[in-house]
Write a protein that binds this ligand. Structure first.
Ligand code: ATP
Length: 241
């Protein structure tokens, strides 16, 4: 299967700390790849590097066959950060229509469909600054979907969503993947890991597993991904001790 993203020996230093210590991984096209790891492990930094907005010390990243950060990639990548990326003083619909207007051929009808796709139709006329945290991040997701990106990078998109909405969002992610979009979704919630096609587990800036959920479970000798993650961490600690 072709790779949408290839990362080789990536080293990133932020402030005075080495945050990514020579990471190598690849993201398969048309899959949902989960980036899992504890808070501060480097998930956002890796996503920023893939999107091309993170200064890297060394290593190589290819995205859709081009070096990360290439201007021609801008229209092909949708990136939803943890920070709000929609205008607070516009309604959800106004935001979606504004972002739709930035893409040739994307219409107001597409904007309305994106709002429906993230389950925000009842809040479409509401000012973004009055939305709940979960609604706010779904508004950002709707706007990121508008350009029909080939690669969607979603930083903790299910934070603050109730279980029903989380389930709907995961169904939506898989529908997008089935239609050919590649998704990279970060989370530190292990029960979401099992919903990914592939997992990249990161700890302290190093990849400690890169496989399907089933293979990660089998490799660690447990059915539970949280236990698998803990076992992988302990194995690493024993090897480096
Ligand atoms: N602007 C910055 N300057 C210096 N260090 C930073 C900066 N942003 C993040 N870091 C550090 O880089 C490390 C990795 O952070 P990153 O945000 O990539 O982790 P994460 O796995 O995404 O965490 P979370 O799950 O909490 O979002 C952390 O130690 C963090 O303190």
């Amino acid at each position: 299967m072709a790779h949408a993203v290839e990362v080789r020996d990536l080293v990133v230093i932020r402030g005075k700390r080495t945050v990514l210590h020579g990471i190598s991984t690849a993201v398969r096209e048309g899959c949902v790849t989960g980036l899992l790891g504890p808070s501060g492990s480097g998930k956002t930094t890796l996503m920023r590097a893939i999107v091309g907005v993170q200064r890297v010390r060394s290593g190589r990243i290819e995205v859709l066959g081009r070096p990360a950060g290439s201007p021609t990639l801008r229209r092909e990548i949708g990136y939803v950060t943890q920070a709000p990326s929609v205008y607070p003083d516009l309604t959800v619909r106004e935001n979606a229509r504004y972002f739709a207007s930035l893409y040739p051929g994307v219409t107001g009808r597409d904007a309305d469909r994106a709002i429906r796709d993230v389950g925000l139709e009842r809040a479409a006329g509401q000012l973004v600054r009055t939305l709940s945290g979960g609604q706010h991040s779904r508004a950002s997701l709707a706007c990121a979907l508008l350009g029909d990106p080939r690669l969607l990078i979603l930083d903790e998109p299910t934070v603050g969503q109730d279980p029903v909405l989380r389930d709907e969002l995961w169904q939506r992610f898989h529908a997008l993947a089935a239609a050919g979009t590649t998704l990279v979704v970060s989370s530190h919630v292990m029960d979401e890991a099992g919903r990914c096609d592939r997992l990249v587990l990161i700890r302290e800036g190093r990849v400690i597993a890169d496989d399907t959920p089933a293979a990660v479970r089998a490799g660690a000798g447990t059915d539970d991904l949280e236990t698998a993650f803990l076992r992988l961490i302990r194995q690493r600690e024993e090897v480096s001790a």
